[in-house]
Every structure is written in structure tokens, then in C-alpha cells.
Design a protein around this ligand. Sequence first.
Ligand SMILES: [Zn+2]
Length: 206
Amino acid sequence: MAKLNFYYGAMNCGKSDTMISTAYNYTENGLTVVTMMPELSMRKAGYTTSRAGKEWPIDIATRLANEDSPETDIYAAYHQFIGNHAVHCVLVDEANFMSAGQIEALEQIAKVDNTSVIAYGIRTNIQRQLFEGTKRLFELADRVEKMVTMCTCGDQAEFNGRFVDGTFHVGEPIVWIDNDPTRVRYQSLCGNCYREQSQQPGAINA
Ligand SMILES: [Zn+2]
């Protein structure tokens, strides 16, 4: 039976890079992958991009509910996209930004359709609280693996700090896509370094 797999880590742990390599390996071997990603987290429309400069097209850009429309029904969108084609693996980037219901649709693809799903995501937001999608993946995934990344001090990074114009800023808005890296910079930090930064003069913590 196919598995729902979840690979999680702090930012910059190479999630997108790994997903792109996996997509490449499947495709190179003649196997079909379907890729998904929340639209709100795309730095380039229609693609996932890695810090190493690689990119891969996203087949299904998902949305959360807003005033105008309900959230993307991932199971329906997936079946509309694949039609009668066989799929070997579904790859999902930034799954942390999906709703609990959307993660349940990924589980449905794994369990009902018997198609492997590999989801990648960040564990906690900048205030060190679980994302909704991550929480549901921790609850439902058959397999959960941590991807390790390092803090600048040499310890393992567990958290994500954000610097805006050079100042530690983990207040509102929680979600701020770093399209302008000259202003907004995310840094993977260990618990000690996160604490130190949060206590610097001028730091914005709420
Ligand atoms: Zn550190």
C-alpha cells in the first residue's frame, strides 16, 4: 500500500532541492510524477525553485479559502489533472501552507488511489508554532523524516528567524514571502540563537 511521506525541516534545509531531484529521477526513468504547491508560496509563478537555482514546473497550484472562493479541492483537482493517466508519485512542496482538509486529500491519494505521496514542509512558523498543514501531516503521515540544516553557530537549526531591514522581526504578518531579499531575510536558527536574537534591542517578537 502506498505511503504518505512527510519530510520536514527548518527553512533552507534543501526541501525544494530534494523535491526537484526526486522529480527529475522519476521522470528520467520514464515514471510519471504530479507536482503540487500552494500558490501563495511560489517565488516564481507556476514553479518551485530551490536556493541552488534549480526549478521545476508545478502541475497543480493550490489555494486556501478566501472571501471569494473555497479552498482548492485537491482530490478533485488531482483527478481532473491526471484523467486516465497512471501516476507513480505525487510530490508536494510547502505543504505546511495547506489546510488540514487539503492534507487529508493527500492521504486519500495515498490510501484510496494507492499512489505514493511525498510532501515537504516547514515544521513551525517564525513564532515557533506548528503550521496547520504540518500538524495534520505529523498526525497522518506513514513516515516522517527530518531534514537537517545548520544554525550559524554550528548546532542543528530547528527554527526560522526573520530579519526585516536587518532587525529580528517575528511579529505580524507571520507569512511574508521573501520576494525582496534585500529587505526580508529568513535564517535557520537553533533554540539558543533564536532566543538571543529575540532579546536584542529593537527585536519585534509579536
Ligand atoms: Zn545557533
